[in-house]
Design a protein around this ligand. Structure first.
Ligand code: AVW
Length: 249
């Protein structure tokens, strides 16, 4: 007891994991000025703290999505699968498209790990279940829920950057396939433009069979387009603000 009191007096934290995650969360959140980051943090914590880290359903994050809803960015929304680095290298440099990771919740949680434990109020940032260890882990459920909410507000001409260097650019088990594409609603979404990122050793083009599956899954009435774009072209467009967004590909 004496040590704890001394620790508190000296400002030594009893919950280093909680403090560190909260610090990262609020630092990143503050870049989005119109939001109450303290409140959003409290709502976030409620989703998983005190719970079995393999039994946090995506619905646990409903209050979080309500507290920081996604705003539709018609004609500018960019989805992606297996292209995390190339898409964000581009969106970090040019203000052409908005990915989930450019929004408040997406950018705050990007790259972070977190979980709780039954019977404890503590937050852990290590020793948490991995992505595939159990499906209902707090991190995976967050990305599923956030991706669903982001796709729900998709509107106008929507883009998706897929990887042309792999055999199956439209992976049926991906978040893009299972959560996002199936939510595109033809009353809101006019077209889907697949940007297939190719490299010198391209293995796939727009005739890839998985892209046929994609078209089958797409709500009737949404127009489909596929454009093969080399990774170097995307990088060049990212580096040159003179090229208009619509002229990149
Ligand atoms: P992805 P998605 N182990 O590139 O379509 C650890 O497959 O799924 O694209 N982490 C994983 C694993 C795994 N087995 N699988 C996926 N991830 C994590 C939200 C990892 O962080 C956006 F709106 C990887 O970089 C996109 O349109 C990330 O999930 C869409 O979902 C993406 O996996 C991209 O998801």
């Amino acid at each position: 007891v004496v040590i704890i009191i001394l620790g508190v007096v000296l400002g030594v934290s009893l919950r280093p994991n909680t403090d560190e995650l909260k610090q990262t969360f609020t630092d990143r959140c503050k870049a989005f000025k119109e939001y109450d980051c303290e409140k959003i943090w409290d709502v976030f914590v409620q989703a998983f703290v005190g719970k079995d880290p393999c039994n946090v359903p995506m619905e646990a994050y409903n209050p979080l999505i309500d507290a920081a809803p996604f705003k539709p960015a018609c004609n500018r929304m960019m989805f992606w699968s297996k292209t995390k680095n190339v898409v964000h290298d581009f969106t970090d440099k040019r203000d052409c498209y908005v990915t989930l990771e450019d929004t408040l919740l997406g950018s705050v949680m990007d790259g972070l790990n977190w979980c709780g434990k039954e019977g404890s109020q503590e937050i852990f940032t290590t020793g948490c279940p991995g992505w595939t260890d159990c499906e209902k882990n707090p991190v995976r459920s967050f990305w599923n829920r956030a991706s669903a909410a982001f796709a729900d507000v998709a509107c106008g001409d929507v883009s998706a950057m897929l990887n042309g260097s792999i055999a199956t650019p439209f992976s049926p088990s991906s978040i893009f396939a299972t959560i996002e594409l199936v939510r595109f609603n033809s009353t809101r979404v006019k077209s889907l433009n697949v940007v297939l990122v190719t490299q010198k050793t391209e293995v796939t083009d727009c005739t890839n069979p998985s892209l046929k599956d994609l078209q089958k899954e797409l709500d009737q009435g949404i127009k489909y387009k596929c454009t093969e774009v080399s990774e170097s072209r995307i990088e060049a467009c990212g580096a040159d603000p003179q090229i208009p967004c619509g002229g990149c590909w």
